[in-house]
Design a protein around this ligand. Structure first.
Ligand SMILES: [Zn+2]
Length: 306
């Protein structure tokens, strides 16, 4: 039995140590970095799968610092998949060694390491933005409900998808840099989104579908402003059956500037936002095991559905 990394949240440091350890243990796990956060933290990515694989998918987690439980889900999957491959085990009727040959899976477990650090450790004197950040945080030094990146931009509103329209809504709602929902000065203005979007553009031919993990609500979003990519409905229905999650459509402010919106608009390929678990954010890390159990089939099966 694999353990769910104790009941402790991943900081960027713990995550990097863990992924380094796993990539040393399993030579077929490739650890790379897609870029750096605003505060200079390398954003790790694990690639699993043969380079000659014909198709690939990408899993992206923790745009929002409050949703860092999703980092656990990604690490748990990487660990379990690696163990299956090395032991030649099957998962959901899939020979994992064959899957490894046929599909590449790229996993970015923590897109927003700075936000996670603020949330878990607060913002100390060494941060040159400290004063400004406290102002953004409504004068409070309590960052436990911070979701944005290192300078108050909500990364999942910073992609180039209906950005100008969102800007209008934003000014109607007096949204400024802060813990959530502020979209930034321009699409991909943030290091983290720019790094991910550039990586995806450059490797687009190897990414046939995308899953992005958030909390909470047990919902799956797969349409963007009424538009959906080919095969999306079919896959969404399958994912819904596997997870028990409901299919939903984003409305209002949630329907602008997200990774799923951008991926569908830009590449017309299936992308799904999974709102994992139930409760009030941040979900307690002790829930990770149960959430993973519901998502496990999706994580193993999605690569063969695209
Ligand atoms: Zn989220």
């Amino acid at each position: 039995m694999l353990n769910m990394n104790e009941n402790k949240e991943f900081t960027h440091e713990r995550l990097t140590d863990k992924l380094q350890g796993l990539s040393e243990k399993y030579s077929f796990l490739k650890l790379s970095y897609i870029g750096k956060s605003l505060l200079g933290k390398p954003i790790p990515m694990i690639t699993i799968g043969d380079e000659s694989a014909k198709k690939g998918v990408m899993y992206v987690s923790t745009h929002h610092a409050m949703e860092n439980i999703c980092t656990h889900l990604m690490v748990k999957f990487i660990e379990e998949y690696a163990e299956c491959i090395s032991n030649g085990r099957y998962a959901y009727g899939i020979n994992t060694r064959v899957l490894h040959k046929m599909r590449q899976i790229r996993v970015v477990p923590m897109l927003n390491p700075d936000g996670v650090e603020y949330r878990l450790c607060g913002v100390d004197e060494s941060n040159p933005l400290r004063e400004r950040l406290i102002k953004y945080n409504m004068g409070s030094e309590d960052f436990s409900h911070w979701s944005a990146n290192g300078r108050g931009v909500d990364l999942n509103h910073n992609y180039d998808a209906y950005f100008e329209e969102y800007k209008k809504l934003e000014s109607d709602n007096n949204l400024t840099p802060g813990k959530t929902k502020y979209s930034g000065e321009a699409p991909e203005s943030e290091n983290e989104t720019a790094a991910l979007a550039s990586y995806i553009r450059f490797n687009e031919d190897k990414i046939n579908g995308l899953l992005t993990f958030h909390t909470q609500g047990e919902e799956i979003f797969y349409r963007s402003r009424g538009k959906e990519a080919p095969k999306s409905s079919f896959i969404a229905n399958r994912l819904s059956k596997m997870t028990g999650y409901a299919l939903s459509e984003a409305e209002g402010m949630a329907s602008y500037g997200g990774l799923t919106d951008w991926f569908i608009k830009e590449f017309n390929k299936p992308s799904f936002t999974l709102e994992c678990g139930r409760g009030i954010n941040p979900l307690d890390i002790s829930l990770a095991e149960n959430i993973y159990f519901k998502l496990r089939e999706t994580l193993f099966t999605f690569p063969v559905l695209v």
